[in-house]
Design a protein around this ligand. Structure first.
Ligand SMILES: [Zn+2]
Length: 473
């Protein structure tokens, strides 16, 4: 529906990182009374993520309606220009496109923005109360806009606010404890802000689901190869989802009858099959050479690469970023720029023929950023590769005995990201019958919200579409 001027109605978005429809709308739905009520009376669907389906850039794709190429953001960490070793972590200042709350601020609308990544440092936006996100380095920093909001945040969460948990460790009891504490505090702050600050638009982000999935997936998913029946964390998914369900119920009640609530996630999660050692494979295929062979397992940035004999190397993560060593572009480039398209094609074919540890062809996907996005700005890779439909991570480290690892190379982690996130819309004043919507994409959320507020959807290359079924509901 479209909010009329003079209307008291408003919209709140509850962003739950990494929640797959298979869990929230299926496996656990019967245990989640608040979500179930919203699901049965509202509209829901699968929200398809962006490529790559990673937290940064996904929330900014959702909140700008622009794809990662237009944002120039391809993951958390970026290579600095064409340097071999220098990189940087993406922060809020790298986002140049207008977010929903910035567009609404121009119309005099007031927003609350809690933890939407990348949200550090907190940007100053008129009419907004902003709290930064899980990339915030420490509580000592200024993490709110306006700056004086910080003391209120600390007071509303018992003097301590938790941005993130340390999750790639074996101390699972510690992760569990911190995870619940962090999320409870986030919802304390959300309730405080919703009740005490004026707003027309509210958005919050909770990273806890993502950490729960990465740290505990093998314990609660019976289809995971490492699942052991009867283990002590077997029902932790249920426990955590139930806690959040209660907090969502309370929060949505506090929004009042005039608020339409969206519950969304930026991508889904699934069990990790393994990690594929992309750089060792490139070495085997003759693309990458070392002056001194790696002794032990080392990061690719720390390996002694013989650049005069290296055509390409890659980065690890949920997907592989591949860089070619191009003459005149990289410091010691060897590929003639005119040969680059041919080299890319050849390597693409090789990636497509990779087989898994059982000898079965992996279902790999290879993208060239310019073709994938139309426009690919910023520090983009030459190729992007998904191994086995993202069931396999990309391991960037070298010095392993095999091309296939069954543990993540950067610390304990048993889940990977999937393309399917969730979309739920609930209006306490109307029963919309629990209808399922189809063809929902993450970049559609921003234009749909703007349309609801009667703000003009910008005609500046926005990739998302207005979801007419939401508007006309
Ligand atoms: Zn995420």
């Amino acid at each position: 529906m479209v909010l009329q001027s003079g209307d008291d109605r408003k919209v709140a978005v509850i962003g739950l990182d990494s929640v797959p429809p298979e869990y929230m709308f299926s496996k656990l739905l019967s245990k989640l009374p608040n979500i179930k009520r919203m699901y049965e009376r509202g509209l829901h669907g699968t929200l398809v993520s962006c490529d790559p389906p990673i937290t940064v850039p996904a929330w900014m794709v959702m909140m700008t309606g622009k794809n990662p190429g237009k944002l120039g953001i391809y993951g958390f960490r970026h290579r600095k220009g064409h340097s071999y070793k220098d990189g940087y972590i993406v922060n809020s200042m790298h986002v140049k496109e207008e977010t929903v709350w910035q567009a609404l601020a121009r119309k005099g609308k007031r927003s609350i923005v809690l933890g939407v990544p990348p949200g550090y440092p907190p940007r100053s936006v008129q009419n907004c109360n902003i709290v930064s996100c899980f990339i915030t380095p420490s509580m000592d920093k200024v993490f709110t806009y306006p700056a004086e909001l910080k003391s209120e945040i600390l007071a509303s969460s018992n003097g301590e606010y938790i941005f993130d948990v340390t999750f790639r460790t074996e101390n699972r009891d510690a992760i569990k404890k911190e995870l619940f504490e962090m999320t409870e505090k986030r919802f304390d702050v959300a309730e405080y802000l919703a009740k005490n600050k004026p707003w027309d638009f509210f958005i919050m982000h909770e990273i806890g689901f993502d950490r729960l999935h990465h740290a505990f997936w093998k314990f609660f998913d019976p289809t995971h190869p490492k699942y052991v029946a009867g283990n002590q964390y077997e029902h932790l998914d249920e426990e955590y989802y139930e806690m959040v369900d209660q907090r969502i119920g309370k929060l949505v009640d506090s929004f009042g009858e005039d608020c339409i609530t969206f519950v969304v996630s930026d991508h889904g999660s699934k069990g990790m099959r393994g990690a594929f050692c992309v750089n060792q494979w490139l070495q085997k295929e003759g693309y990458l050479s070392f002056k001194t062979p790696p002794s032990g397992i080392v990061d690719i940035e720390k390996a002694d690469i013989d650049w005069a004999k290296t055509k390409a190397w890659g980065w690890g993560g949920y997907y592989a970023r591949i860089f070619f060593n191009v003459k005149g572009r990289e410091p010691n480039g060897i590929i003639d720029p005119k040969d680059l398209p041919r080299e890319e094609k050849m390597l693409e074919e090789k990636f497509n023929s990779i087989r898994d540890d059982k000898g079965k062809k992996m279902n790999n996907l290879v993208f060239e950023p310019d073709k994938l996005y139309g426009t690919a700005l910023g520090d983009k890779p030459d190729l992007m590769v998904y191994f086995g439909d993202l069931d396999w991570r990309s391991a960037g480290t070298v010095g392993h005995d095999s091309l296939y690892l069954f543990e993540n190379d950067t610390g304990p982690d048993d889940s990977v990201h999937s393309m399917n996130g969730i979309f739920l819309m609930y209006d306490p004043k109307r029963n919309l019958g629990g209808k399922e919507l189809h063809n929902l994409n993450i970049e559609d959320i921003a234009p749909t919200l703007l349309e609801m507020y009667g703000a003009n959807v910008p005609n500046d290359g926005i990739d998302g579409k207005v979801l007419e079924e939401v508007i006309n509901a």
